[in-house]
Write a protein that binds this ligand. Sequence first.
Ligand SMILES: [Fe+2]
Ligand SMILES: [Fe+2]
Length: 142
Amino acid sequence: MFGITEYLTDEHRDCDELYAKVERLVSEGRWQEATEAFRKFKEETLKHFQKEEEVLFPEFEGRTGIVMGPTQVMRMEHAQARELISKMEKALEKKDKKAFLSVGETFMILIQQHNMKEEQILYPMCDQHLDAPEVVHKMESL
Ligand SMILES: [Fe+2]
Ligand SMILES: [Fe+2]
């Protein structure tokens, strides 16, 4: 069965690949392509956050009654990730390779830890407690 874990884990992999591409283009100083690739990376990442914040987390909270638990931590980490994404964007606009790669590294460390917690703990709990096909459908419709 195609569950929540599989659906959202695939998106984590897609976002990782999009970021890797941006990083490579920035390293090579190919700024125009990097800017284009960054736009895609940012769009996909923010869309993924939106699916979690507007569908998954409220469904989890509503079903389990756990509102001050893992979903709260995940929302805070999304806020940190959004801030790092705008710092990356500014570095990109200034064509500041060093600043971009440094913020990018911080972003990757944060997001890898964040994704691991979701994939190993939160998503399996969601698959266990929620109507997975319905939730995936709602996220897909956003
Ligand atoms: Fe998340
Ligand atoms: Fe996620």
